[in-house]
Design a protein around this ligand. Sequence first.
Ligand code: IPE
Ligand code: IPE
Ligand code: MG
Length: 246
Amino acid sequence: MELKDQIQLDKLPQHVAIIMDGNGRWAKQQGLIRVIGHENGTKSVRDVVEASAEIGIKHLTLYAFSTENWKRPKLEVQTLMKLLVKSLKKEIKTLQDNNIKLSAIGNLNDLPKKAHKELLEVIDKTKDNSHMTLTLALSYGSREEIINVVKELTDKVKNNIISIESIDESIINKHLYTQNLPDVDLLIRTSGEHRISNFLLWQIAYAELYFTDILWPDFKKMDLYEALINYQNRERRFGKTSEQLS
Ligand code: IPE
Ligand code: IPE
Ligand code: MG
């Protein structure tokens, strides 16, 4: 049986998030500069986006640039931003053809003007698409996101818009960048690193974590299928006992 046919379509994770890591090491392994790794990484993005839409994943979130990534050499940051613009221009067709709605989370105002503008344009053009939501985490930091929630809620309490007692999980969810997304079911990280790197700390509270040594530019449809099959073989207990579930 083909790998794809082993995926149970009635047990798909609703929300898959991916830390796309390893572009630099991929390039280095071949004696190339890091930027070539990022370029090849965009091909994996297309592959995984198409595969996710094809299978029927409702929400896919990709970590493309962290708040900490601004500390990289200026040239690398500039190239990543240029690549973002180029990919948005090029992939708008893939998004429309597959009925995918683009969305973004993070401190988008920090993006260079051109990238910000292009991003908002593609978000607007795809806003009525409904098959899948593709969310790009750009200049995203989970701690910054949580700090913003605390500030907004404190302000609302101060101005008597909400009471302290009313603050619960659902109010916090509604104030996060991810307010329109369900919790993450499956979090994938490529490149062999076993860490979260400030990604969706609140939203992955009960996510299944999947780590693979594959470097992001080598991560293709088949690798996503493998991750999904692995996910489907786990028992998500949410604190209960195994017996309670069956
Ligand atoms: C992921 O690959 C892409 C971004 C973080 C933007 P890296 O650039 O982190 O690649 P490695 O980890 O150095 O191999
Ligand atoms: C995490 O990768 C950020 C993205 C994939 C966009 P990094 O390569 O920046 O993470 P660390 O610094 O190795 O933890
Ligand atoms: Mg990295």
